[in-house]
Design a protein around this ligand. Structure first.
Ligand code: NAD
Length: 330
């Protein structure tokens, strides 16, 4: 097979895997296998940039929305994250940030990479008015009725300093103990079990009947921002934004801290990696975001991901047989 044929094969094979994962919530290979093929695609594009078209999977985010839901246009796109698997990629990321900003040291907000489903929650006058999935990044599915069944998500923000419009971005996920209990109950009733908590969360949120979603033990962590009015509400750093979220009554994970060097980043990665199995929910890595919003704006975006953030993935935990061996329910 020529390299051009291999490239064409990767485009169609990855499109098939992404459809199963994003649209049907029913992955057909483990993430590590997908990641491997995706990385091969990126390497080929690096060597042959003339082959890249706007239709390449490297140029877009996620999957398309299910037609059964109303579509919501994201005023601020919901992007992906660039991934790093090796220490050298992390060092290169820090170098690019420092060089791009022309400064010798950058502060990063270190947090967990939750393995769930990205969601955007729109609050107007402090009231939750709309919730949408990421979809293809430009538009997603209106899942407001389903989101309102999740107890961790406030229907009304609290506190003194509530912006007129606030789009909170975060992850819907399932605690492992809730996932296990739900699967035990499904097995006892002779029903299909879910493959993993991410799949269970995505499938549960994208139910057409919100009474079914209400029975599923979903939870939520906030980690980002979409639209905001007035913009003067914005604190100067990501860390301060998350602290402001806590004051508004939003759930924010406490496993986070500001990291001031590659050494601090690596010790955060190793520390979280060591406690990964003891965490009550699934994570697949950690995320570093340039802490200052002014610096984030300066660095900007590439086509499908911000230049100011990086997901540092942990080695694969799952095995192909585990994913394929379970009859997946959505
Ligand atoms: P991504 O999951 O690598 O990164 C972006 C997503 O990370 C965001 O949309 C958000 O949902 C999530 N996230 C979790 N914690 C976050 C935090 N603290 N801050 C910001 N975002 C956070 O990118 P992606 O575009 O969703 O897709 C790639 C992932 O999906 C990979 O893990 C890949 O293995 C998996 N995937 C698997 C298959 C498969 O067939 N198994 C197919 C497609 C994608």
């Amino acid at each position: 097979m020529s390299l051009a044929d291999r490239y064409a094969f990767l485009q169609s094979e990855l499109a098939r895997l992404e459809h199963a994962y994003y649209v049907l919530d029913n992955p057909i290979v483990p993430d590590s296998e997908y990641d491997h093929l995706y990385r091969e695609l990126l390497d080929i594009e690096l060597a042959h940039p003339q082959w890249i078209t706007p239709a390449s999977l490297s140029q877009r985010v996620g999957g398309s929305a299910l037609k059964e839901f109303n579509s919501v246009t994201h005023v601020v796109p919901m992007l992906s994250l660039n991934n790093a698997f090796e220490e050298t990629e992390l060092i290169a990321f820090d170098r690019r940030c420092r060089e791009g900003l022309r400064i010798s040291q950058v502060d990063y907000a270190g947090e967990l990479k939750f393995d769930g489903l990205a969601i955007s929650l729109r609050y107007e006058g402090g009231i939750l008015v709309r919730a949408a999935t990421r979809g293809d990044g430009a538009s997603g599915e209106d899942v407001t009725a389903n989101i309102k069944t999740i107890h961790a998500i406030p229907l009304k923000l609290i506190g003194e300093n509530i912006p007129e419009v606030l789009e909170v971005r975060g992850e819907v996920f399932m605690y492992l103990k809730d996932f296990q209990k739900m699967n035990q109950q499904a097995a006892a009733r002779g029903e299909k079990e879910f493959a993993n908590p991410r799949n269970a969360a995505a499938g549960s949120l994208r139910q057409l009947d919100s009474k079914i979603t209400a029975k599923r033990p979903l939870s939520f962590f906030a980690y980002g921002l979409g639209a905001l009015e007035p913009v003067s509400w914005l604190p100067s750093t990501h860390e301060q934004l998350l602290n402001a979220y806590v004051k508004l009554g939003l759930p924010v994970c406490t496993e986070r801290r500001v990291l001031k060097s590659v050494e601090e980043i690596l010790s955060f990665y190793n520390e979280i990696g060591a406690k990964r199995d003891a965490l009550p929910y699934d994570i697949d890595g950690v995320v570093y975001k340039v802490n200052s919003f002014a610096e984030q704006t300066q660095l900007g975006f590439v086509s499908r991901a911000p230049r100011f953030a990086l997901a540092h993935k942990f080695p694969a935990q799952e095995a192909l047989t585990i994913v394929l061996g379970i009859d997946v329910q959505v």
